[in-house]
Structures are given as C-alpha cells and as structure tokens.
Design a protein around this ligand. Structure first.
Ligand code: F6P
Length: 545
C-alpha cells in the first residue's frame, strides 16, 4: 500500500505550531530553565544504556504536544507499520525498504512479496560467519599459502561509508587484519593503498549493489591488473570476493559464484552495512561482534516500533529537528561525538540524511513549498571545539547540535576521559547559558581590566547562549550501542521523510552528474568535444591543452 500523501503545512498541527512558534521564540531557554526547575525531568528519555536529554531545546510541553499531533496527523503510525512490513514505500523505485529485516532474530517472520525472507538472510549471515572465521583463523590462505594480513574494501557511497565508519569506530575490538578502503575514482587513492599491501596476503572485497558503479569497477580493474602482475588468473578465486545483487556482472569480472555474497533490492545502499556489505566489518572485529552490532540495531528497531511517540527517541529527535528546520529556519545540524572512534559518523550520516531527505518534490509529485532535508556536519569533540565551535557559539546562525558522549572510555584512562567529558558537559552548558554582560564585567574587574579597554572589549566577550542541543549519553561504545545509535539516526531519517511528505529511499539526484561524466569521458577519449555551456567548454579546453 502506498504511503499517505499529506502536505504537512496543511495540517491543523502545523497551523498551531506556527502560532505557537511566535510565542516560544520570545522566551530564552535560560528563562525556561529558571521557571521550571524540573525541566529535565520532562524532557529526557532513558532507554537501555542510553540517556537522551533534550531539555536544552527551545521547547515547552506545548511544543512537544503539537509536534506529536503533527506526527499523528501525517499518519506516522501507519507509515511505521508499512516500513517494517515490507510495503513498497520506495515507490519511485518500486521497492520495499527492509534493511531492518537484516537485523531481525532468526525466529522472526518478515514477509516480502508473501515470502518469509528471514531464512535467506540467515543463510547469507552463516556464509559471512564461516568466511570470516576462515580468514581470521588462517584456515583460508592466499595463493602462496600465506595467511591473510590485509583486507581491501572496494566500494563507494553506501558500499564504503558504513563499513568504513564502523571499522574505524570498533577498532578497539579488532584483530590482526588491517582493513583498507578504496572508494574514490581518483587513481591516487587506489595507488596509495596498493603501496601498503602485499598481493600474497591481501583479500579484496568488491562491494557494489549494482556492480555497475564507475568508481568501484575502475578501482577493481586496477587492483586486479596489479594483482595479476605477481599472481595467476586462477589465483583470483583465492583473493577476490564480491558483495552484490548483480551476479552476472560479478562472474563476468572473474569472481567465482561461491565467492559472491548476495544482497537484495530491498536494501538501500546507504542502509546496507547490516547486510554482506558489512563483510569488512565482520572481518575487522569478528562475526560475533558484527552480530552484536546487528542486535543493537534490532533493539532500537523494537524501541522505535513499539514505544509511544512521546518516549520514542527517533521520533522525538526527528520532531525537534523539524521544529528548528521548518519554524526557526535552521538550515544545518551539527553532530559532535566525544570520541575519536566516531570521527566518520558525520560523513556516514551525511549520505544517510542528505541522500535520503534532500528532496524538493513531494509524494504527490509536486514541488514542496516548505523546507526539507537538513544539512548535516560535524567532527569529534574536543577537536571541533578548536575548529568551528566559535561559529556555533557566537555566529549569526542557529545550529542545533547533537552531542554524543560515553560514560566509560574503552582503554579506561579516567584522567583523559574526565577531561574529555568535562568539555562535553561544559559545551552544552555554555551553549545554553552563554555569558551575560554582567558576568563579563565581573570577570574584567577580577582581571583588573578597566576603563576604555573594558568598554571596548565588552561586546565581543558576551555570549548570547540560547543555542539548542541534544545530549546523548551512552554507557560505553560497544558493537551493540553503536548498532543502536546508527539505527536511531536511520529511523529519524524515516520519520522526517514521512512528515515532509517526500520519498526518502530513492536518489535520482545523483544520476545527472554520472550521465554527464560518462559523456565527457568519451569526449576526452576521442578528443571530440561537444558543445557545452561556455564555462564547461572553456574548462575542458584548458584541461586537454
Ligand atoms: O551515490 C549513489 C549511489 O547509488 C548510492 O546510493 C550507493 O550507495 C552508491 O551509489 C554505490 O552504489 P553501488 O553499491 O551500486 O556500487
């Protein structure tokens, strides 16, 4: 069944929110905290080993009530059921969106076109497990009978970002295998990786759902040629495996059928790390940890499916984001993990969030008359504090920010961790409270800065505060908690897409550039330049001269 078509701005709740916004924008969060000493009690969610404090937002109980009304009016409840039950909610590609099935339990039943898909998912999981164990234990060896020491994941977009982010994030749980990622069609990328590896001890995992992606196929061909300088054609079987839905193209590339890990059309690229696309994750941290990652995601799926919207983490975070995007006019959101392990979380979510919700045509096929997808960006704290935090604190833009921190560090260095987390707490407090004129003056007095110097410096030292943040405080970075965290943001994307009345699971916007690149490549090869706009003509001539 098709998703409902509801223009959110035509709902009753939207009208009420518009009026309510005029009231709320007059009150600072500082005042809200002063009026209501119990504020945090009202605006936090505790779930498993996650605490989500969203009290430092420009909201009242009325705001949440109205946002929840909006969720109900657009039919979110039914949409969630359609999402999990394999309806073709990716209508423009005529596909279901079932990445959640990949992390289901073996006893669950998830039907796609009337057939339970759990058995085939578990068949592939068993294949991943067996293969992972053979590589890690050294049972499966390279063409000169040496054990594998390196793995190269060749893929791009969803076939790279998810595995690369998780492998980086879970490196603490890693083993002896060095995992490399080649994604860019830039030949310097692949050549830098080739410098570091030995063909005798390297396994190549080609990941491409379609097996037609220019970048991935070019890199795979380059690597194959490099490999064949020292190995023979028949050695490819030992060193190359693929993850794809396109069995024909993979076999044509020279990979044996038993070395193909299948995936399915109902898994979108940017949500595919839970499938065999995550093979490099399994190799990096072992199958048990890969499975724990899936279990953590499954726990979040259950929370999202079964919890009332007012206590539902993805729903609440999605609604808050809509509040800022559509009423305050905030264009971007920052995501600041206070752990170096999550340095690739923002780039990973950039694909998830912006490829999904960067749409301007509604589900009715008409241009929307309101804002949709937010721009997402971020870097780990404390590094980001020394880079772009100035703008968040004192710039002219409103940037709602998620702070993600962990109660425990992995290596257990309490001295470092307390310093890190003091910064984590201090930043959200500073963003909320700012620094008043009176506080600055008191500081000046203490530091004996007086007279004209004090007067002229004063405006620059004032922090307005009133900058919204969500705090996600999690017990520890484990495969489970990471799985839950990723799934949380996946569901936030879904909720926002439903409310904005767009299709979140296609990505037609990336096609035009690909098509043009192919025709320009042909022009570069033949030297027959077509007529383009004057700028492109000029640049192409400069490139070939
Ligand atoms: O960027 C467009 C895109 O289609 C992504 O959605 C996808 O993750 C990526 O290209 C790679 O596609 P494939 O896995 O088919 O090579």
């Amino acid at each position: 069944m098709a998703l409902e078509i509801v223009n959110p701005t035509k709902t009753l709740a939207w009208g009420k929110l518009t009026a309510h916004f005029e009231e709320v924008k007059q009150t600072s969060m500082k005042e809200m905290f002063a009026i209501d000493k119990e504020r945090v009690e009202k605006f936090h969610i505790k779930w498993q080993d996650f605490v989500i404090d969203y009290s430092k937002n420009k909201i009242t109980e009325e705001t949440i009530k109205l946002l929840l009304e909006l969720a109900n009016e657009v039919g979110l409840d039914k949409a969630i059921k359609d999402y999990f039950s394999g309806e073709n909610i990716n209508q423009t590609e005529n596909r279901a969106v079932l990445h959640t099935a990949l992390r289901s339990n073996e006893s669950d039943v998830v039907k796609f076109e009337g057939k339970n898909i759990i058995p085939e998912i578990f068949e592939v999981k068993k294949k991943i497990e067996k293969f992972t164990n053979e590589i890690i234990d050294g049972g499966r060896k390279g063409y000169t009978s040496k054990v594998f020491t390196d793995v190269v994941n060749i893929g791009i977009g969803g076939s790279d970002l998810g595995p690369a982010m998780v492998v980086e994030a879970l490196q603490y749980y890693g083993n002896h295998l060095n995992i490399h990622f080649v994604s860019n069609v830039d030949g310097d990328h692949v050549n830098e990786v080739l410098k570091k590896i030995n063909p005798e001890t390297t396994l190549f995992v080609i990941v491409s759902k379609t097996f037609t992606t220019q970048e991935t196929l070019s890199n795979a061909e380059t690597i194959k040629k490099w490999f064949l300088k020292s190995a023979k054609q028949e050695d490819i079987t030992k060193h190359f495996v693929a993850v794809s839905t396109n069995i024909k193209n993979v076999t044509q590339f020279g990979i044996a059928e038993e070395n193909i890990f299948p995936m399915w059309d109902w898994v979108g690229g940017r949500f595919s790390l839970w499938s065999a696309v995550g093979l490099s994750i399994s190799l990096a941290v072992g199958f048990d940890n890969f499975n724990k990652l899936l279990k953590g995601a499954n726990q979040m799926d259950i929370h999202f499916k079964e919890t009332s919207f007012d206590k539902n983490i993805p729903v609440v975070l999605a609604l808050l984001s809509i509040w800022y995007n559509n009423f305050f006019g905030a264009e971007t959101e920052a995501l600041i993990p206070y752990t170096q392990y999550l340095q690739k979380l923002a780039p990973y979510l950039q694909q998830g969030i912006m490829e999904s919700n960067g749409k301007s045509v509604g589900r009715d096929g008409k241009l929307v008359n309101y804002q949709t997808g937010t721009i997402i960006w971020g870097e780990p704290g404390t590094n980001s504090q020394h880079a772009f935090f100035q703008l968040i604190h004192q710039g002219t833009k409103l940037i709602p920010t998620d702070f993600i921190g962990f109660k425990k560090s992995l290596h257990g260095d309490k001295n470092h961790h307390d310093k890190l987390m003091s910064n984590f707490f201090a930043q959200t407090e500073a963003l909320l409270m700012g620094k008043t004129k009176e506080q600055v003056k008191a500081e000046f007095e203490k530091a004996k800065i007086i007279g004209e110097k004090a007067d002229s410096l004063l405006p620059f030292k004032i922090f307005e505060g009133d900058k919204p943040t969500n705090t996600l405080l999690i017990e520890k970075l484990t495969p489970e908690s990471l799985g839950s965290l990723i799934a949380l943001y996946e569901h936030k994307i879904f909720v926002q897409g439903i409310i904005w009345n767009i299709f979140s699971y296609d990505q037609w916007g990336v096609e035009l550039g690909k098509q043009l690149a192919n025709s320009i490549l042909e022009e570069l090869n033949t030297g027959n330049l077509n007529t383009h706009d004057s700028s492109t003509n000029f640049l192409l001539r400069k490139y070939i001269e």
